[in-house]
Design a protein around this ligand. Structure first.
Ligand code: BTN
Length: 251
């Protein structure tokens, strides 16, 4: 097993993604995992911060050195979402959903966020880091988050960080190898789409060029979300943020 063969665990890191990038710049191996009990500058997507002061949650990053074109590396985030969803279901027996591209939700609330970053050298990826934050034991959330966030314990499951991390790395390793052979998401696509909470629901797509609404049809083998607009044309959404009606307080 290469995922997590080297595990760097500290009580505190600024951000496991930052620690992984520093390690990568100094030559750390493919598969090295950075694990922190808490983070002082946890990062979320789109420049947001990720509150990381509860030692009962899981904060880790895996360093990867894939030989893939940069546009294919972005699919690794979806591979990790699939692995986290599979691992949570295995160790907790709870039913999870995936909100494209990479939030894991339970009972309509977010339990896990994933942040991937890539470093390019001469147009090819030198490395990629995938950071995962999972609420495991936290049971109280700020007023702003309480309708949107949950934890495994709040949903009735009791698991240890170690058990869950091990299961995620197992699931990720297999999915990553299948993905590398296919260079598309086809090996995990049916399972990913079966968990997709956006599917057949109204979504609002927020793109730099503007906002529109439509019905999400599913995710393609290259990771885009297909959205049918009211004029029946189907758009492929590459990046951007999608809100799903009924989730995270969007009604
Ligand atoms: C999101 O906004 O949903 C992504 C959140 C990602 C948080 C994790 S916690 C471990 C890793 N280190 C970070 O600084 N961020 C990610």
């Amino acid at each position: 097993m290469w995922a997590g063969r080297t595990l760097i665990h500290k009580e505190c890191m600024d951000s496991t993604n930052e620690e992984a990038k520093r390690g990568a710049d100094e030559g750390a191996l493919h598969g090295t995992v950075y694990l922190a009990d808490r983070q002082t500058a946890g990062k979320g997507r789109r420049g947001r911060s990720w509150l990381s002061d509860s030692v009962e949650n899981l904060y880790f990053t895996i360093l990867l050195r894939p030989s893939l074109a940069p546009e294919k590396v972005t699919m690794l985030t979806l591979v990790m979402a699939y692995a986290v969803s599979k691992a949570i279901e295995k160790v907790t027996k709870l039913q999870t959903g995936i909100k494209w591209p990479n939030d894991i939700v339970i009972n309509n609330k977010k339990v896990c966020g994933i942040l991937s970053e890539m470093k390019l050298e001469k147009q090819s990826p030198a490395y990629c880091v995938i950071g995962v934050g999972i609420n495991i034991g936290q049971t109280s959330f700020s007023e702003e988050l309480q309708d949107k966030a949950t934890s495994l314990r709040a949903e009735g499951a009791s698991v240890t960080r170690e058990m869950l991390l091990q299961e995620i790395l197992n699931a990720f390793e297999g999915a990553y190898e299948a993905f590398l052979r296919a260079e598309t998401l086809s090996p995990i696509l049916d399972a990913y789409n079966a968990h997709l909470v956006n599917k057949n629901r109204n979504v609002r797509v927020l793109e730099p060029s503007g906002e529109y609404e439509g019905i999400a049809l599913g995710v393609t083998a290259t990771g885009e979300l297909l959205v049918e607009k009211s004029d029946k044309t189907v758009q492929k959404v590459y990046a951007g943020e999608v809100s799903v009606r009924g989730l995270y307080g969007y009604v």
